[in-house]
Design a protein. Structure first.
Length: 379
Protein backbone atom coordinates (compact mmCIF):
# COMPACT_ATOMS: atom_id res chain seq x y z
CA UNK A 1 0.00 0.00 0.00
CA UNK A 2 1.38 3.41 -0.95
CA UNK A 3 2.17 5.97 1.71
CA UNK A 4 -0.86 8.32 1.88
CA UNK A 5 1.07 11.22 3.42
CA UNK A 6 1.44 14.49 1.58
CA UNK A 7 5.16 14.52 2.38
CA UNK A 8 5.64 11.26 0.48
CA UNK A 9 3.51 12.44 -2.44
CA UNK A 10 5.46 15.70 -2.79
CA UNK A 11 8.76 13.82 -2.58
CA UNK A 12 7.59 11.54 -5.37
CA UNK A 13 6.58 14.44 -7.57
CA UNK A 14 9.94 16.13 -7.06
CA UNK A 15 11.77 12.91 -7.88
CA UNK A 16 9.86 12.72 -11.17
CA UNK A 17 11.06 16.23 -12.02
CA UNK A 18 14.66 15.30 -11.17
CA UNK A 19 14.51 12.08 -13.17
CA UNK A 20 13.22 14.01 -16.18
CA UNK A 21 16.18 16.40 -15.92
CA UNK A 22 13.80 19.35 -15.52
CA UNK A 23 14.75 20.63 -12.06
CA UNK A 24 14.40 24.40 -11.81
CA UNK A 25 15.65 26.91 -9.25
CA UNK A 26 15.67 30.68 -8.98
CA UNK A 27 18.84 32.75 -9.22
CA UNK A 28 19.33 36.43 -8.45
CA UNK A 29 20.35 38.96 -11.10
CA UNK A 30 21.73 42.13 -9.50
CA UNK A 31 21.39 44.65 -12.30
CA UNK A 32 19.93 47.92 -13.48
CA UNK A 33 19.83 47.25 -17.20
CA UNK A 34 21.29 44.42 -19.28
CA UNK A 35 24.65 44.15 -17.47
CA UNK A 36 24.87 42.81 -13.93
CA UNK A 37 25.85 40.00 -11.59
CA UNK A 38 24.13 36.63 -11.92
CA UNK A 39 24.33 34.30 -8.94
CA UNK A 40 24.69 30.56 -9.26
CA UNK A 41 21.72 28.41 -8.20
CA UNK A 42 21.74 28.17 -4.43
CA UNK A 43 24.63 30.64 -4.19
CA UNK A 44 27.18 27.83 -4.38
CA UNK A 45 29.84 30.08 -5.95
CA UNK A 46 30.50 33.75 -6.56
CA UNK A 47 28.48 33.79 -9.76
CA UNK A 48 29.13 35.64 -13.01
CA UNK A 49 29.31 39.20 -14.30
CA UNK A 50 27.21 38.98 -17.44
CA UNK A 51 25.29 40.78 -20.13
CA UNK A 52 21.76 39.40 -20.06
CA UNK A 53 19.90 38.52 -23.24
CA UNK A 54 16.97 37.12 -21.27
CA UNK A 55 14.89 40.14 -20.24
CA UNK A 56 11.55 41.25 -21.67
CA UNK A 57 12.46 44.93 -21.16
CA UNK A 58 12.43 45.42 -24.92
CA UNK A 59 12.79 49.21 -24.97
CA UNK A 60 14.80 49.53 -21.76
CA UNK A 61 12.00 51.55 -20.17
CA UNK A 62 12.44 50.01 -16.70
CA UNK A 63 15.44 52.34 -16.33
CA UNK A 64 14.03 55.36 -18.20
CA UNK A 65 14.29 58.51 -16.03
CA UNK A 66 10.66 59.53 -16.67
CA UNK A 67 9.38 56.09 -15.69
CA UNK A 68 11.48 55.93 -12.51
CA UNK A 69 10.45 59.47 -11.55
CA UNK A 70 6.75 58.64 -12.00
CA UNK A 71 7.08 55.63 -9.69
CA UNK A 72 8.85 57.72 -7.03
CA UNK A 73 6.21 60.45 -7.20
CA UNK A 74 3.39 57.89 -6.88
CA UNK A 75 4.94 56.41 -3.74
CA UNK A 76 5.37 59.86 -2.24
CA UNK A 77 1.71 60.70 -2.94
CA UNK A 78 -0.12 57.40 -2.35
CA UNK A 79 2.31 55.11 -0.51
CA UNK A 80 3.66 51.73 -1.51
CA UNK A 81 0.42 49.77 -1.84
CA UNK A 82 -3.09 50.29 -3.18
CA UNK A 83 -4.43 48.71 0.07
CA UNK A 84 -7.60 47.14 -1.39
CA UNK A 85 -9.25 45.69 -4.47
CA UNK A 86 -10.33 47.98 -7.29
CA UNK A 87 -14.02 47.79 -6.33
CA UNK A 88 -13.42 48.74 -2.70
CA UNK A 89 -10.90 51.57 -2.18
CA UNK A 90 -7.98 50.28 -4.26
CA UNK A 91 -8.55 52.53 -7.27
CA UNK A 92 -6.34 55.62 -7.28
CA UNK A 93 -6.50 58.45 -9.82
CA UNK A 94 -3.42 56.98 -11.51
CA UNK A 95 -5.31 53.75 -12.31
CA UNK A 96 -8.07 55.68 -14.07
CA UNK A 97 -5.57 57.92 -15.86
CA UNK A 98 -3.66 54.84 -17.03
CA UNK A 99 -6.83 53.23 -18.38
CA UNK A 100 -7.75 56.39 -20.29
CA UNK A 101 -4.24 56.56 -21.79
CA UNK A 102 -4.35 52.89 -22.77
CA UNK A 103 -7.70 53.28 -24.52
CA UNK A 104 -6.48 56.32 -26.43
CA UNK A 105 -3.17 54.65 -27.37
CA UNK A 106 -4.89 51.52 -28.67
CA UNK A 107 -7.80 53.40 -30.30
CA UNK A 108 -10.35 51.52 -28.22
CA UNK A 109 -13.47 52.68 -26.36
CA UNK A 110 -12.21 51.63 -22.92
CA UNK A 111 -9.45 49.85 -21.03
CA UNK A 112 -9.13 47.91 -17.78
CA UNK A 113 -5.95 47.23 -15.80
CA UNK A 114 -5.22 43.93 -14.02
CA UNK A 115 -2.49 43.00 -11.55
CA UNK A 116 -0.60 40.98 -14.20
CA UNK A 117 -0.81 39.90 -17.80
CA UNK A 118 -1.56 36.38 -16.59
CA UNK A 119 -4.51 37.69 -14.55
CA UNK A 120 -5.78 39.62 -17.57
CA UNK A 121 -5.80 36.56 -19.84
CA UNK A 122 -7.42 34.37 -17.21
CA UNK A 123 -10.01 37.02 -16.39
CA UNK A 124 -11.02 37.66 -19.99
CA UNK A 125 -11.27 34.01 -21.07
CA UNK A 126 -13.05 32.86 -17.92
CA UNK A 127 -15.56 35.73 -18.19
CA UNK A 128 -16.30 35.36 -21.90
CA UNK A 129 -16.30 31.56 -21.93
CA UNK A 130 -18.94 29.04 -20.93
CA UNK A 131 -20.42 25.68 -21.90
CA UNK A 132 -22.14 27.28 -24.91
CA UNK A 133 -18.89 28.76 -26.27
CA UNK A 134 -16.31 27.07 -28.48
CA UNK A 135 -12.83 28.53 -28.06
CA UNK A 136 -10.28 28.03 -30.83
CA UNK A 137 -6.73 28.28 -29.50
CA UNK A 138 -3.37 28.18 -31.31
CA UNK A 139 -1.32 25.17 -30.18
CA UNK A 140 1.59 27.42 -29.11
CA UNK A 141 -0.45 29.85 -27.01
CA UNK A 142 0.87 30.96 -23.62
CA UNK A 143 0.06 29.02 -20.44
CA UNK A 144 -2.16 31.85 -19.19
CA UNK A 145 -4.38 31.46 -22.25
CA UNK A 146 -4.60 27.71 -21.70
CA UNK A 147 -5.54 28.21 -18.04
CA UNK A 148 -8.12 30.88 -18.91
CA UNK A 149 -9.77 28.52 -21.41
CA UNK A 150 -10.01 25.83 -18.74
CA UNK A 151 -11.49 28.18 -16.16
CA UNK A 152 -14.07 29.37 -18.68
CA UNK A 153 -15.42 25.80 -19.00
CA UNK A 154 -15.70 26.30 -22.74
CA UNK A 155 -15.30 23.64 -25.36
CA UNK A 156 -11.69 24.17 -26.51
CA UNK A 157 -10.45 23.28 -29.99
CA UNK A 158 -6.68 23.55 -30.50
CA UNK A 159 -5.60 24.30 -34.06
CA UNK A 160 -2.18 23.85 -35.65
CA UNK A 161 0.21 26.72 -35.12
CA UNK A 162 -0.66 29.67 -37.37
CA UNK A 163 -2.66 27.37 -39.66
CA UNK A 164 -5.48 29.74 -40.53
CA UNK A 165 -6.74 27.43 -43.28
CA UNK A 166 -7.36 24.68 -40.73
CA UNK A 167 -8.89 27.19 -38.32
CA UNK A 168 -11.25 28.47 -41.02
CA UNK A 169 -12.46 24.93 -41.71
CA UNK A 170 -13.01 24.33 -37.99
CA UNK A 171 -14.97 27.57 -37.68
CA UNK A 172 -17.12 26.61 -40.67
CA UNK A 173 -17.98 23.26 -39.08
CA UNK A 174 -18.81 24.68 -35.64
CA UNK A 175 -22.21 26.21 -34.78
CA UNK A 176 -22.94 28.59 -31.92
CA UNK A 177 -20.84 31.26 -30.23
CA UNK A 178 -17.19 31.17 -31.25
CA UNK A 179 -14.06 32.80 -29.84
CA UNK A 180 -10.57 32.68 -31.36
CA UNK A 181 -7.62 33.39 -29.07
CA UNK A 182 -3.97 33.70 -30.02
CA UNK A 183 -0.68 35.23 -29.06
CA UNK A 184 0.34 37.98 -31.47
CA UNK A 185 4.04 37.24 -30.98
CA UNK A 186 4.74 33.70 -29.78
CA UNK A 187 6.99 33.81 -26.75
CA UNK A 188 9.25 30.83 -27.45
CA UNK A 189 9.63 31.11 -31.24
CA UNK A 190 9.41 34.86 -31.74
CA UNK A 191 7.22 34.46 -34.82
CA UNK A 192 4.01 36.43 -35.35
CA UNK A 193 0.41 35.53 -36.02
CA UNK A 194 -0.93 35.91 -39.56
CA UNK A 195 -3.17 38.63 -38.25
CA UNK A 196 -4.80 39.99 -41.39
CA UNK A 197 -5.85 36.51 -42.54
CA UNK A 198 -6.95 35.52 -39.05
CA UNK A 199 -9.04 38.66 -38.57
CA UNK A 200 -10.77 38.16 -41.92
CA UNK A 201 -11.66 34.60 -40.95
CA UNK A 202 -13.13 35.80 -37.64
CA UNK A 203 -15.28 38.38 -39.42
CA UNK A 204 -16.53 35.76 -41.89
CA UNK A 205 -17.59 33.41 -39.12
CA UNK A 206 -18.79 35.94 -36.54
CA UNK A 207 -16.10 34.88 -34.06
CA UNK A 208 -14.80 37.13 -31.32
CA UNK A 209 -11.03 37.61 -31.67
CA UNK A 210 -8.95 37.76 -28.48
CA UNK A 211 -5.33 38.82 -28.93
CA UNK A 212 -2.49 38.55 -26.43
CA UNK A 213 -0.08 41.34 -27.40
CA UNK A 214 2.38 40.79 -24.53
CA UNK A 215 5.48 40.63 -26.77
CA UNK A 216 4.17 42.69 -29.71
CA UNK A 217 6.50 45.67 -29.33
CA UNK A 218 6.97 45.81 -33.12
CA UNK A 219 3.44 44.84 -34.11
CA UNK A 220 1.73 43.66 -36.22
CA UNK A 221 -1.13 46.13 -36.01
CA UNK A 222 -4.74 45.00 -35.75
CA UNK A 223 -6.46 45.53 -39.12
CA UNK A 224 -9.42 47.88 -39.30
CA UNK A 225 -12.08 45.54 -40.66
CA UNK A 226 -15.81 46.19 -40.64
CA UNK A 227 -17.50 43.68 -38.36
CA UNK A 228 -14.34 42.68 -36.48
CA UNK A 229 -15.05 42.22 -32.78
CA UNK A 230 -11.76 42.15 -30.90
CA UNK A 231 -10.46 42.09 -27.34
CA UNK A 232 -6.81 43.07 -26.99
CA UNK A 233 -4.77 42.00 -23.97
CA UNK A 234 -1.29 43.13 -23.04
CA UNK A 235 1.09 43.74 -20.22
CA UNK A 236 2.83 46.62 -18.51
CA UNK A 237 5.71 44.35 -17.49
CA UNK A 238 7.55 43.80 -20.78
CA UNK A 239 7.84 46.65 -23.29
CA UNK A 240 6.57 49.14 -20.69
CA UNK A 241 9.04 48.16 -17.98
CA UNK A 242 6.56 48.07 -15.09
CA UNK A 243 4.13 45.43 -13.80
CA UNK A 244 0.51 44.64 -14.58
CA UNK A 245 -1.84 43.60 -17.37
CA UNK A 246 -4.34 45.49 -19.49
CA UNK A 247 -7.40 44.84 -21.64
CA UNK A 248 -8.87 47.15 -24.27
CA UNK A 249 -12.29 46.38 -25.71
CA UNK A 250 -15.81 47.68 -26.20
CA UNK A 251 -17.42 49.46 -23.27
CA UNK A 252 -19.85 46.58 -22.72
CA UNK A 253 -17.06 43.98 -22.53
CA UNK A 254 -15.13 46.13 -20.05
CA UNK A 255 -18.31 46.42 -17.94
CA UNK A 256 -18.67 42.63 -18.05
CA UNK A 257 -15.06 42.17 -16.87
CA UNK A 258 -15.53 44.62 -14.00
CA UNK A 259 -18.52 42.58 -12.87
CA UNK A 260 -17.43 39.03 -13.75
CA UNK A 261 -13.62 38.73 -13.95
CA UNK A 262 -12.61 37.11 -10.67
CA UNK A 263 -8.93 37.88 -11.27
CA UNK A 264 -9.90 41.58 -11.33
CA UNK A 265 -12.49 41.62 -8.55
CA UNK A 266 -10.91 39.45 -5.87
CA UNK A 267 -7.36 40.78 -5.66
CA UNK A 268 -5.57 43.87 -4.44
CA UNK A 269 -5.22 46.54 -7.10
CA UNK A 270 -2.00 47.22 -8.95
CA UNK A 271 0.30 49.40 -6.82
CA UNK A 272 0.22 53.14 -7.54
CA UNK A 273 3.93 53.02 -8.39
CA UNK A 274 3.41 50.31 -11.01
CA UNK A 275 0.38 52.06 -12.50
CA UNK A 276 2.17 55.41 -12.66
CA UNK A 277 5.31 53.85 -14.13
CA UNK A 278 3.20 52.15 -16.79
CA UNK A 279 1.45 55.42 -17.60
CA UNK A 280 4.77 57.24 -17.95
CA UNK A 281 6.15 54.44 -20.12
CA UNK A 282 3.21 54.64 -22.54
CA UNK A 283 3.80 58.36 -22.89
CA UNK A 284 7.45 57.71 -23.68
CA UNK A 285 6.48 55.11 -26.30
CA UNK A 286 4.13 57.62 -27.93
CA UNK A 287 6.84 60.32 -28.03
CA UNK A 288 9.79 60.92 -30.40
CA UNK A 289 12.00 59.31 -27.75
CA UNK A 290 9.88 56.18 -28.01
CA UNK A 291 10.17 56.15 -31.79
CA UNK A 292 13.95 56.37 -31.41
CA UNK A 293 13.98 53.41 -29.02
CA UNK A 294 11.80 51.32 -31.34
CA UNK A 295 14.14 52.12 -34.25
CA UNK A 296 17.14 51.17 -32.12
CA UNK A 297 15.50 47.83 -31.24
CA UNK A 298 14.70 47.18 -34.91
CA UNK A 299 18.33 47.84 -35.88
CA UNK A 300 19.59 45.52 -33.12
CA UNK A 301 17.29 42.70 -34.23
CA UNK A 302 18.41 43.09 -37.85
CA UNK A 303 22.04 42.88 -36.79
CA UNK A 304 21.42 39.56 -35.03
CA UNK A 305 18.89 38.06 -37.48
CA UNK A 306 18.00 40.32 -40.36
CA UNK A 307 14.27 40.76 -40.92
CA UNK A 308 13.16 38.78 -37.88
CA UNK A 309 9.77 40.16 -36.75
CA UNK A 310 10.32 40.34 -32.98
CA UNK A 311 13.01 40.71 -30.29
CA UNK A 312 12.74 36.98 -29.43
CA UNK A 313 15.23 34.90 -31.41
CA UNK A 314 15.38 31.15 -30.80
CA UNK A 315 18.44 29.05 -31.59
CA UNK A 316 16.91 25.57 -31.68
CA UNK A 317 19.38 22.80 -30.81
CA UNK A 318 16.93 19.95 -30.24
CA UNK A 319 18.64 18.03 -27.46
CA UNK A 320 18.23 19.26 -23.88
CA UNK A 321 21.84 18.51 -23.01
CA UNK A 322 23.11 20.43 -26.03
CA UNK A 323 21.05 23.47 -25.07
CA UNK A 324 22.31 23.39 -21.48
CA UNK A 325 25.94 22.99 -22.58
CA UNK A 326 25.62 25.87 -25.03
CA UNK A 327 24.10 28.12 -22.36
CA UNK A 328 26.93 27.25 -19.96
CA UNK A 329 29.54 28.00 -22.63
CA UNK A 330 28.01 31.41 -23.29
CA UNK A 331 27.86 32.10 -19.58
CA UNK A 332 31.58 31.41 -19.29
CA UNK A 333 32.08 34.20 -21.85
CA UNK A 334 29.95 36.65 -19.87
CA UNK A 335 26.76 36.22 -21.90
CA UNK A 336 23.54 34.96 -20.33
CA UNK A 337 21.10 33.36 -22.74
CA UNK A 338 18.75 30.87 -21.07
CA UNK A 339 18.33 27.31 -22.26
CA UNK A 340 14.63 26.56 -22.73
CA UNK A 341 13.64 22.90 -22.36
CA UNK A 342 10.54 20.73 -22.05
CA UNK A 343 7.92 21.11 -20.73
CA UNK A 344 8.18 24.79 -21.69
CA UNK A 345 8.80 23.76 -25.32
CA UNK A 346 8.00 20.45 -27.04
CA UNK A 347 10.43 17.55 -26.70
CA UNK A 348 13.18 17.68 -29.29
CA UNK A 349 13.05 21.49 -29.63
CA UNK A 350 15.25 22.61 -26.72
CA UNK A 351 16.83 25.92 -27.53
CA UNK A 352 18.66 29.05 -26.57
CA UNK A 353 16.19 31.92 -26.35
CA UNK A 354 17.73 35.30 -27.14
CA UNK A 355 15.75 38.37 -26.08
CA UNK A 356 16.99 41.68 -27.46
CA UNK A 357 16.48 45.19 -26.11
CA UNK A 358 17.06 48.75 -27.22
CA UNK A 359 19.20 48.97 -24.07
CA UNK A 360 21.79 46.58 -25.52
CA UNK A 361 24.81 48.52 -26.78
CA UNK A 362 26.66 47.68 -29.98
CA UNK A 363 29.47 46.23 -27.87
CA UNK A 364 27.03 43.98 -25.99
CA UNK A 365 25.58 42.66 -29.24
CA UNK A 366 29.10 41.99 -30.55
CA UNK A 367 29.84 40.05 -27.37
CA UNK A 368 26.72 37.93 -27.97
CA UNK A 369 27.57 37.22 -31.60
CA UNK A 370 31.19 36.37 -30.77
CA UNK A 371 30.11 34.00 -27.98
CA UNK A 372 27.68 32.22 -30.31
CA UNK A 373 30.29 31.96 -33.06
CA UNK A 374 32.77 30.42 -30.61
CA UNK A 375 30.27 27.57 -30.16
CA UNK A 376 29.68 27.23 -33.88
CA UNK A 377 26.19 28.68 -33.53
CA UNK A 378 24.44 31.19 -35.77
CA UNK A 379 21.48 33.18 -34.43
Amino acid sequence: MSDPSWTAWVAGQLEQVRQAGQWRVTRAFDAAGPAGHLTTPGGTSEGFDVVSFASNDYLGLSMHPAVISAAHEAIDRWGTGSTASRLIVGTRPCHEELECELAEWKHAPRALVFSSGYAANVGVLASLGGPDVTVFSDELNHASIIDGCRLGRSKVVVYRHNDIEQLDALLTATPGRKLVVTDVVFSMDGDVVLLDTLASSCVRHGALLVLDEAHAVLGPEVPALDGLEVVRIGTLSKTLGSLGGWVVASSSIIDLLVNRARSFIFTTALTPADASAGLAAIRVVRSPDGARLVARLRDTIDRVRNGHPSPIIPVVLGDEGAALRAADALLARGVFVPAIRPPTVPAGTSRLRIALSAAHTDAMVSQLLDALAAQGLAP
